[in-house]
Design a protein around this ligand. Structure first.
Ligand SMILES: NCc1[nH]cc(CCC(=O)O)c1CC(=O)O
Length: 312
């Protein structure tokens, strides 16, 4: 049992990446408030996403709605923890009522890395090579360039996937460079993909800090950790995703850049086989309306029945 008079109680998943992220938040909180790290508890939760590792389910099959956060959200809302630490890209656009994403650490590298033991890039894979991914976005982006690739399911935490690659379960995979960096495994990347071609998942690379929406005390405690440019970019990308959220069977990519206060958001949706895709781009200073604009533009281009037509 954790002592009730801790400065703060953090909730996290138990994967090495999730723990590294929670420890980073603990370190930043301790430094910002001049308290010892031992005064900040870390409580580990197993989520549906951790338990459902059935190989032939994609993450969209098991339901994107908070599959990596639900148990942590519940602990937060019930007051068992004060702060939830998440990979922002795993947080559903529809937040649990009463929960707020209050702060984001400065974003890591947003790009995806290509990893293979046999090929130095996606173009060098042999005909019909096995491409390991359970992400519909990565599968669609890979098959756009290489329709011959065979997608094989690839679940598990980052180390599991690295080991599967060494074991020959697949010829290549894609992983977020942010996760590899945080785990000290970036040297495993064979190549780093151009984010204009392989647009990252919305909110990739940003650690998000959740609190109870009515908790003014913890809102003040986490405020010094917030990186405003990251916060704005994630708000724009999540607003775009919310517009597109009619289905989690939709591969979606996003890329934000910034010049002063002006954000530029590029967005993309793809058919599951990658053969049809639409892109939109806009600039603005209000992240939410920017995201909504790019999302609506994508929907308008794709047409009302695009989902049933291409992603059935
Ligand atoms: N549940 C998968 C997940 N969620 C966040 C990251 C990467 C880290 C990040 O985006 O901050 C990963 C692993 C991956 O995509 O390679």
């Amino acid at each position: 049992m954790q002592s009730p008079n801790l400065f703060a109680r953090i909730g996290t998943r138990g994967s090495p990446l999730a723990l590294a992220q929670a420890k980073l938040v603990r370190e930043r909180l301790a430094a910002a408030h001049g308290v010892g790290e031992e005064a900040i508890g870390i409580e580990v939760f197993s989520t549906g996403g951790d338990r459902s590792q059935t190989e032939n389910t994609t993450l969209s099959d098991i339901g994107g709605k908070g599959v990596f956060t639900k148990e942590i959200d519940e602990a937060l809302l019930s007051g068992r923890i004060d702060i939830g630490v998440h990979s922002s890209k795993d947080v559903a656009t529809g937040l649990a009522p009463g929960m707020e994403l209050a702060a984001f650490l400065e974003r890591e590298d947003v790009r995806d890395a290509f990893l293979s033991v046999s090929a130095r890039g996606i173009d060098f894979l042999p005909e019909g090579a096995r491409f390991g991914t359970s992400s519909i976005r990565r599968a669609a982006q890979a098959r756009r360039l290489r329709p011959d690739l065979r997608i094989v399911p690839f679940r598990g935490n980052v180390h599991t996937r690295l080991q599967k690659l060494l074991d020959g379960v697949a010829d290549a995979t894609l992983l977020a460079l942010a996760g590899l960096n945080r785990l000290g495994e970036a040297h495993r990347a064979t190549a780093i993909l151009d984010p204009e071609d392989f647009m990252p998942a919305p909110a990739q690379g940003a650690i998000g800090i959740a609190i109870r929406a009515d908790d003014r005390h913890f809102a003040e405690i986490v405020a010094p950790l917030d990186h405003a440019p990251t916060h704005a970019a994630i708000a724009a990308e999540r607003a775009m995703l919310a517009v597109l959220d009619g289905s989690c069977r939709t591969p979606v990519g996003a890329l934000t850049s910034r010049a002063g206060d002006l954000l530029t958001l590029k967005g993309e949706i793809l058919s599951l086989d990658g053969q049809v895709s639409f892109r939109a781009e806009a600039s603005g200073s209000d992240p939410r309306s920017l995201g909504q604009k790019v999302g609506s533009d994508l929907l308008a281009q794709a047409g009302p029945d695009w989902l049933s037509r291409w992603n059935a």
